[in-house]
Ligand binder design. Structure first.
Ligand code: SF4
Ligand code: SF4
Length: 430
């Protein structure tokens, strides 16, 4: 910038200030004399404005680069991404709407926990992603999942009629609420992966046995259940979320039940925070909370002889404040010891499955040095545990893949809490 003489400046005053000393402090440097307005917006803020002008995008403009988010963002640990960097890139004119960074955030909420300015990625990401979805600018692997979910009611693209197939041949009865034709104490919202994925099914069968052991009056929806939609909303497909929520509320309104029991923390989150705004209010419990209240009645007797570390699901822990229920259950397992990973509870490290990340492994591989699930498995191994215990259906498959890709199969087993409880009750575990 060229500086010319400023007509408003008195030269004698300048000379006086050239040698200025205030209270013993030398302030004679020219930077102490703001005779001219400094140009501080030397960059184009057009791209930043595109984000901050969106409903939900406003807080992107509040970042003041303090870097509190840098050490807690799980993606920052394995790549060149983070809230601080996004703000910086927007200042530098990056088109965020057409950048891979837009899809890397797992909405794990750890940056919001520490950000002094409350820059809120949980609002920003869905808002910008929604625009990208409307423009048709979505990674193909995620677009495929949107389409499968819209068509089949689940992100795996499985036949909706086979949602209750996992109950066939089970040694306990899992009734469909439509066939009972009466009120039940507990309506179990099983969710997609526990209905269709082989390892999710193992956990569902274990939970069905535990509920039966406790004498709980429960039923499921079977083919009437659809994806809860929470992850679609975080991934920017708000139209799909609205459609699913409307259908699910209509289904739930047909039945009478006291408790809506969820396997999936993402479904739990949707029923607590999203469905009530749309007329669907339920007494919702995550299965770890429901079982914690019945731990005395459970009568766990079999020693399981395991050293266990527990992975906090982001949508159970940070999003909804539940850290104790899973730990109470693990602590009650005979012959077990709980060893914590260095990142746990409020600072738990994300598995990479939230916010649509469950279906973006290809994009993550292109942008990260390793998958978040692989980093987490390494942390689990460092504890000396032989068992990585989970309480979210996204995690079993993610962590089992990561155990294999990090060459830890044989030394670390991934098990759902329900599977551990069934074993400690001496129930069948197939
Ligand atoms: S913690 Fe908040 S204000 Fe600080 S750099 Fe991160 S996003 Fe910006
Ligand atoms: S929500 Fe989680 S993944 Fe997303 S930017 Fe914040 S810390 Fe990183």
């Amino acid at each position: 910038m060229t500086r010319g003489p400023n007509p408003k400046v008195d030269p004698e005053r300048v000379m006086e200030l050239e040698h200025a000393v205030i209270d013993g402090m030398d302030v004679s440097g020219h930077w102490n004399r703001m005779f001219e307005q400094r140009v501080i917006f030397d960059y184009d803020i057009h791209q930043l404005d595109r984000v901050t002008e969106l409903d939900g995008g406003e807080s992107m403009g509040w970042c003041y680069q303090c870097a509190q988010c840098v050490p807690v963002c799980p993606v920052d640990h394995v790549g060149t991404y983070g809230p601080r960097r996004i703000f910086r890139n927007l200042q530098l004119g990056q088109d965020f709407f057409a950048n891979d960074d837009l899809w890397l955030c797992t909405t794990c909420a750890n940056c919001l926990r520490v950000c002094p300015k409350e820059v809120d990625m949980l609002q920003i990401m869905p808002a910008v992603r929604k625009e990208a979805v409307l423009a048709g600018d979505v990674p193909k692997e995620l677009q495929d999942v949107f389409e499968k979910t819209a068509r089949y009611g689940n992100p795996l693209g499985k036949n909706a009629k086979r949602r209750a197939a996992w109950t066939k041949g089970l040694d306990v009865d899992v009734p469909l609420i439509s066939e009972l034709d009466r009120k039940v104490d507990v309506l179990w919202w099983v969710s997609d992966y526990p209905s269709y994925h082989p390892r999710g099914i193992d956990a569902s069968r274990a939970l069905a046995r535990v509920l039966t052991h406790l004498g709980v009056d429960f039923a499921i929806l079977g083919a009437e259940e659809r994806h809860d939609g929470d992850s679609m909303l975080r991934a920017g497909e708000s139209g799909l979320f609205e459609m699913l929520a409307e259908q699910n509320i209509e289904t739930l309104n047909q039945y009478e039940f006291d408790v809506l029991l969820t396997t999936d923390p993402h479904a739990y989150n949707a029923f607590l925070h999203e469905y009530p705004q749309r007329g669907g209010t339920y007494n919702t419990a995550h299965y770890t909370q429901f079982l914690e209240e019945r731990i005395e009645a459970m009568g766990l007797t079999e020693s399981i002889d395991r050293t266990i570390t527990f992975h906090d699901p982001c949508y159970l822990g940070r999003h909804n404040g539940e850290y104790e229920a899973p730990r109470t259950l693990i602590g009650a397992l005979p012959g077990s010891e709980l060893v914590e990973m260095w990142r746990s509870r409020e600072n738990g490290y994300c598995c990479g499955g939230g916010g649509g990340g469950m279906w973006l492994d290809g994009l993550a591989a292109d942008n990260q040095s390793m998958r978040l699930s692989e980093k987490r498995v390494r942390e689990a191994v460092e504890t000396g545990a032989d068992t990585l215990c989970v309480a979210c259906p996204y995690e079993v498959s993610r962590f089992e893949d990561a155990v294999k890709s990090t060459n830890n199969d044989g030394s670390l087993e991934v098990l759902d809490i329900a599977e551990l409880l069934a074993a400690a009750l001496g129930l069948a575990t197939d």
